[in-house]
Design a binder for this molecule. Sequence first.
Ligand code: NAP
Length: 248
Amino acid sequence: MPRTAVISGGGTGIGYAVAERFVAAGDRVVITGRREDVLRASAEQLGDGAAYIAADLREPEGGRRVADFLTDQYGGVDIVAACAGGNIELQEPERSEEGLEGASWTWTENLRLNVMTAVHLVEAVKPVVADGGRILLFSSIAAYRGSGTGSYGASKAALHPYAIDLSAQLGSRGVTVNAIAPGYIEATEFFADRMTEQRRQTVIAQTHDKRAGTPADVAELAFWLAEPGAGHVTAQIVQVNGGALPGR
Ligand SMILES: NC(=O)c1ccc[n+]([C@@H]2O[C@H](COP(=O)([O-])OP(=O)(O)OC[C@H]3O[C@@H](n4cnc5c(N)ncnc54)[C@H](OP(=O)(O)O)[C@@H]3O)[C@@H](O)[C@H]2O)c1
C-alpha cells in the first residue's frame, strides 16, 4: 500500500533526496517550497509518484495551503518531513550586519526559517496525519556546537523539545516524531557559494570516515525512521555526521 509523504524543502538538496527515496519505495510524495519553477522541475524528475505545491511556510497560511492540498488530493498524509530551512546568514549576509539591529534581524529570520516553517507545516497537517504516521524534523550538528553567531544553531535546537512534545501528544495514535541532525552535507543549496575549500577540508577532517555527508545519507535515515519497524523509535534526535560531533 503506497504511503503519502509531504516533504518541505523537497525541491532541492536533502529534501529532494528524501522525496527520491520514498518514490523509489513506491510511495507518493508531495514536495513543497517557495519556488514553483524549482518544484515543478524536481517533481518532473521524481516522476509519476510526485506532486508539488508552492507555499511559504514562514507564514501560517503556507501550512494551511499544504494541509488543504493533502486533504483534497489524498484525504490526509502518512509521513511529514519538515526539511525546509537554512541559515539566513549564508543566504543574506549583507543584512546580517553587526550591531543590535543586525543581531535582531538575524535571530528573527533564522527562527522563522527553521522553527516556524516546521511549526506551520506540522501544526496545519497534524489533524490529518494518519494513525501510525511519521513526523520528521530537521535539526543540525549546529544545534549541539553552534555555527557562528548562535542564531542558526539555536533555531535548530528549538526543534528538539518540539519533537519530544509532539511525540508525547501523538504517541497513543502510533505516530512517531523524531528529529534528524545532519553534519556537513554537500551538494545542496545550503551554503550557496560561501563554503571555502579550507573550511570544507576542516569539517571533512572532523569526520571519522573522512568524507562529506551526502543528501542520500540523510534520506536513508529518514526512510528508515518511517519504516514500520521503527515504530518504537520516537522522541529522538538522531545524528548523521560521520562522527564529526567531537571535532576530532
Ligand atoms: N547541508 C547541510 O550541511 C545541512 C546540515 C545540517 C542541517 N541541514 C538542514 O537540512 C535542511 C535542508 O537543507 P539543504 O542542505 O538541503 O539546503 P537547501 O538545498 O537550501 O534546501 C532548503 C530547502 O528549504 C526550502 N525553503 C526555504 N525557506 C522556505 C520557506 N520559507 N517555505 C518553504 N520552503 C522553504 C527551499 O526552497 P525555496 O527556497 O524554494 O523555498 C529549499 O528547497 C535544512 O533544514 C537545513 O538547515 C543542512
